[in-house]
Design a binder for this molecule. Sequence first.
Ligand code: ADP
Length: 347
Amino acid sequence: MNSTTDSRSPAGADIELAGVTKAYAGTPAVADLTVRLAPGELCCLLGPSGCGKSTTLRLIAGLEAPDAGTIRINGRDMRGLPPQRRNLGFVFQNYALFPHMDVFDNVAYGLRSRGGMDGAAVRRAALDALAMVRLDGYADRRVHELSGGEQQRVALARALVTGPDALLLDEPFSNLDARLREAMRGELAELRRRLGITTVFVTHDKEEAFALADRIVLLRDGRLEQQGPPEELYRRPASAFAAGFLGSANCFAGDGWPDRLERLFGPLDENARGGLVVLRPERVRPEPDADGPFVVAEALFMGPYVRYLLRRAGDPDFPPVEAHCPAFGPRLTPGARVAVRLLPEPA
Ligand code: ADP
C-alpha cells in the first residue's frame, strides 16, 4: 500500500440514489431513479443515447442538483455539497487535461489546489498515481506527446491521486480505437480490483458493460429499465427493450407462447416463465430432421457464427426464429428441414 491508498477506505464507498429526478425545461432526463451500489462495486450505467446516463453521473458528482430524491455516499446526504467536497474522482470522454502542463503537473493539480500538502508529499502522491496507471517515467512528458490511451491513463491518475471514495467515468474510452479500448478496459478492471474502489462507468456499449460491470443499470428515457449482474440481464431480460438492447433476441410475448414453444423445443427453463419468452439465438440449435417442424429460410455467414432464419413449416404466421451457430462444424442450407433444440442454461 502506498500513501495514496492509505487514506482511502479499502472497500470504497457505498453510493445510494433514492427516487432521484432531474428535468430540463420540464422534460425529465432522470426520473425516480433508485440504485444502491455496494462498496467496491463497478456499476455500468448503460442505455441508448439520451437515456440519462451522463445526467445521473453528473448528479452523483454534484455538477447538477436533483429536483427530487436523495443521493447518499457512505450514508451521508450530498445535498448542497459542491463537487470538490464529495471526494470523488472523475474522468470524462474528452480527457480535459491541461495542454500547457506536463504530465506531472496535470496529475498534481488537484492536490495542489486542495492545499495542505508539502511539495514532497505532492510529488510522492502524484508519482504513485502515475505508477498505478503504469505511467512510471512519464512525469516530464508533455500532454500533446502522448497517445490517446496514455492521455486517458493520465486522466485516470489525476482522478485517483486525491484518494477518492469513488471513481465516476463518463464514456472514458470512447475516443480510442477498438483495440486500445479493449486494452484500457482490461487495465481499468485490473486497477479497480487492486484498489477496490467503487466505480460508476457510463457507456452505451453493451460489450463494454458486460466486460466490466459487476452490475448493469439499464436506463431507458431516464427511467430504470432493469438492473443486475450482466449475465442475469442477458439471460433474464425483464422486457423486450432490455432483451433487444443487450443482444439479438427471439422475443415471444403473450400468454399462449410458453406452452406452444415447449411443444416445439422441449422444456423451457424459468427464463421463459411469465408473459415474455426470450430465446437468445446462440441457444437455438437447428438440426437436420426430415420430419422437423422448421425450414431453414436463410443462412448468413457472419464470421464467428452462421445466422440462420428458421420458419415454421406450414405456418406463415409463426414469427421467424433466429439461430446463431458456430461457423466451424456442419452447415445447413436454405430449404433444409430441421428440428430445433435449446442448449441448456449453464449450471
Ligand atoms: P445520455 O448520457 O444517456 O446520452 P444525458 O443524461 O446526456 O443522456 O441526457 C438525457 C436527456 O437530458 C437528453 O434528452 C438530453 O438532451 C437532456 N439534457 C441533458 N443535459 C441537458 C442540459 N444541460 N440542458 C438541457 N437538456 C439536457
